[in-house]
Design a protein around this ligand. Sequence first.
Ligand SMILES: [Fe+2]
Ligand SMILES: [Fe+2]
Length: 361
Amino acid sequence: MQYDMPVAAERQLEALVDRIETNPGKFVEPEELQSFQEQLNLRPALSTLPESISHEDFIGILKLAMLTESATDSYAYAIHERAMRYDATWLARFTTNVWAPDERTHYAPYRSMFLDLGFSEAELEREIRETREAEYLHTSGDTPIHLTTFGMVQEYLTDNWHGLIASLVRDSAPEAAQIANRIKQRETLHTLWYRDMTALQLEAQPHLLGHISEALVHFQMPGQVLLPDLQDRVPGWLPKMGADFDRMTRDMIRLIHESLGGSVRNSGEMLLAIASEKGMRLGPLDPGLVRTALGRLGGPGFGLVGEAMLLKAGLGHLYTEPLEEAAPTHRRVERVRSVMRNWIADRLEIEVGYESYDTAS
Ligand SMILES: [Fe+2]
Ligand SMILES: [Fe+2]
């Protein structure tokens, strides 16, 4: 796959990783795990689950968190090896020095929760070992920008998962909620780091937009590869856990928009690229044709599509400029744009959730 970075951009990426290495925030440390383990009492959570969540669901939800987190080194290997293939020393270094050591403790609190619930240690060790030994096949593309795009989405969804677990046990097992939220905070940081890495690469090489859309279209959660039986149940579990799909869609669109440098033009082109790849339609129109047509116009039309997408997702504030300050011609143009934007927005159906990612292949 085509990928290369100008030296200046490589320096910026190395500098970003330098800053992360200097200030990675507070990892979930062994002492914190120790005191958590001593205070933990998860049993009350079992009797206060929402009616729609059975004990077996609850166990599966926690298992998915524990086991996918336990395979950190499989993902680290997959990312590091690909980063080196493209001489992206910044990404290799980030993965080995920051990301993997940070991730390595995330499974541990869940293991403690299972021990607290009376699960056998030997059994847990066996499941963890099997997950770690399973082959992780990475399917979302190989270049550094594919990897950072994948990383951003994966971290966001994982962040969301730990957050949903925290809210499930918030009142019944506050210590468990607290540690799940601590892990969630780490995943939030990872999401933003990958977002910034993606933005820097795209800024230097705008033609890499196609790699980003490819990574998004072919995105799969690692759990889909390592633990398909559990991962397949996620779309069913999410609504029962109180997942807010509108918020998830909005968050994801905002993240992608930011990873594209906050450019509505890039976001519009991305939306059309994804839509045509996935065989979706824009009202009566084939998005592939729309993309070609807008591309011939030199691209400003993409901006309108991008704005419509943000508008539709409730993120209109990300592009709106205060009209009072604008010149009269600009105001007239803006009125026409607004009619067009609304017309497009009315025809967009976007839901970026687990569901759509799970069916991506
Ligand atoms: Fe994690
Ligand atoms: Fe993470």
